[in-house]
Design a protein around this ligand. Structure first.
Ligand SMILES: Cc1cc2nc3c(=O)[nH]c(=O)nc-3n(C[C@H](O)[C@H](O)[C@H](O)COP(=O)(O)OP(=O)(O)OC[C@H]3O[C@@H](n4cnc5c(N)ncnc54)[C@H](O)[C@@H]3O)c2cc1C
Length: 401
């Protein structure tokens, strides 16, 4: 196993981050991942709202709420290696980042690069303070992997655009104050060229948010309906009909998925420790299920492989290269691994795994929720099939058809 060492500057930065987390992160958030079993929506649970607010404020005070944003826009302006260390240390301490990925990772960067002065003044402070929650209105019932097929229409009428149509799978729309949205403004143009990027106030009349209940019982995402919704033309980001290209903007974010892969390593370690604990009859889970022993060893090896894939992407970025299929490989491997880990956990607990809570449910349903929640990992953010297409074409150089 290769050994990675920090340079003296990196080691000092890591120490600083570690001390900050130890001293400043509110207690209820420490180890949050372990207690809830992670899963979609765990960090947004109402019981953590107050602690999350405090954590955001402390990160903001330190300038670390938006690690990759340029300093002149209120970010930390961290280098790739600093972002990598920062994300790794948060994950090692099992604490959540300060703000949601859509606000910090998508809405903010797009507005920084393409927004007008007025749009920046109106939107960036609320993102940095974490007080304004954002959602991303891209997918539609007929447009997901092939996003450019989207049909929601925006038609110019005086100083406004009037929007009609439907979005689906919109994470957090039920609590979001604002949204970034793609809508079709020119149905006659080639499909990538007639799309416009809008900022939406989610309280605008005509928007109906209808939560969808997942099989975990949580309500993480929604259907959103638009019935003659009037959006001021000044809310268009970039040029009309050029929204597809506005959407491809990214700041220099670290792309290694290190946080997720450290989380998986912890999950597997916890599982090994837990399966060795003595039960009432003196045996342990692993003694009762010797066949799962080999599976656990496989998961541990795979968790290390996932970490190595993260280091590979981080190393490329540090050397000024742009990871492409390498990031797809990492995303695909770690999300499929999270499903294999969940299946191994389920095998260990057997039929008790059908319980979502109550005295007989191991770890108060965390394993069941993790098992059900893991299904979405290989869909969200680009399905495994789409990642395999990228690997085939850009990594292996295979023909498109
Ligand atoms: C947890 C979660 C959160 C999400 N949050 C948001 C959100 O906040 N905002 C938002 O806009 N969307 C969100 N989505 C939606 C997500 O972006 C889409 O589900 C995803 O892009 C896939 O699109 P789809 O569901 O329409 O499936 P489709 O694109 O219809 O795919 C169906 C199946 O066909 C396969 N497939 C499609 N095209 C190809 C191809 N070319 N080659 C091989 N196989 C193919 C897919 O892999 C999949 O198995 C979320 C999804 C999840 C699971």
């Amino acid at each position: 196993m290769p050994v990675f060492t920090d340079s003296p500057e990196e080691a000092a930065f890591r120490k600083d981050v570690r001390a900050f987390i130890e001293n400043e992160c509110p207690e209820p958030l420490k180890g949050l991942n372990r207690r809830t079993g992670g899963g979609f929506g765990a960090f947004g649970a109402p019981e953590f709202a107050e602690a999350m607010k405090t954590w955001r404020q402390r990160l903001a005070k330190r300038g670390w709420i938006a690690p990759a944003w340029p300093k002149e826009y209120g970010g930390a302006g961290m280098s790739h290696v600093q972002q990598f260390i920062f994300n790794m240390e948060l994950a090692e301490a099992r604490v959540p980042p300060g703000s949601g990925g859509i606000a910090i990772g998508m809405a903010g960067p797009t507005i920084i690069v393409h927004g007008t002065d007025e749009q920046q003044a109106d939107n960036l402070p609320g993102i940095l303070s974490g007080e304004v929650q954002w959602c991303q209105l891209w997918s539609e019932p007929g447009a997901g992997s092939d996003l450019a097929s989207l049909q929601t229409r925006a038609v110019r009428d005086g100083d406004d655009f009037v929007i009609n149509g439907q979005k689906i799978w919109t994470s957090g729309a039920q609590t979001a104050h604002r949204g970034i949205m793609l809508a079709r403004t020119n149905p006659d143009a080639p499909k990538h060229r007639g799309i416009t990027f809008f900022i939406l106030d989610m309280k605008t009349p005509g928007i109906t948010v209808s939560p969808l209940t997942q099989m975990t019982g949580q309500q993480g995402f929604n259907q959103v309906f638009f019935d003659n919704v009037r959006v001021p033309a000044k809310n268009v980001v970039g040029e009309v009909d050029r929204g597809w290209y506005v959407n491809t903007t990214t700041l220099d974010f670290e792309r290694s998925s290190i946080g997720q892969n450290v989380g998986t390593k912890h999950t597997v370690r916890d599982l090994v420790a837990w399966s060795n604990e003595a039960l009432k009859d003196g045996t342990s889970m692993i003694e009762r299920n010797p066949l799962v022993r080999l599976e656990l060893a496989d998961r541990m090896v795979e968790a290390q492989v996932a970490l190595m894939l993260s280091f590979r992407v981080a190393d490329m970025q540090n050397r000024g290269m742009i990871p492409n299929h390498e990031a797809s490989m990492g995303k695909m491997f770690s999300t499929e691994l999270s499903q294999r880990v969940a299946r191994t956990e389920m095998k260990l607990i057997g039929l008790y795994g059908t319980l979502m809570g109550g005295p007989y449910s191991p770890r108060n349903g965390a394993i069941s929720r993790g098992y059900l929640g893991a299904v979405s990992a290989t869909i969200a953010g680009g399905t495994s099939e789409i990642q395999r297409n990228i690997l085939a074409q850009r990594g292996l150089g295979l023909p498109r058809d």
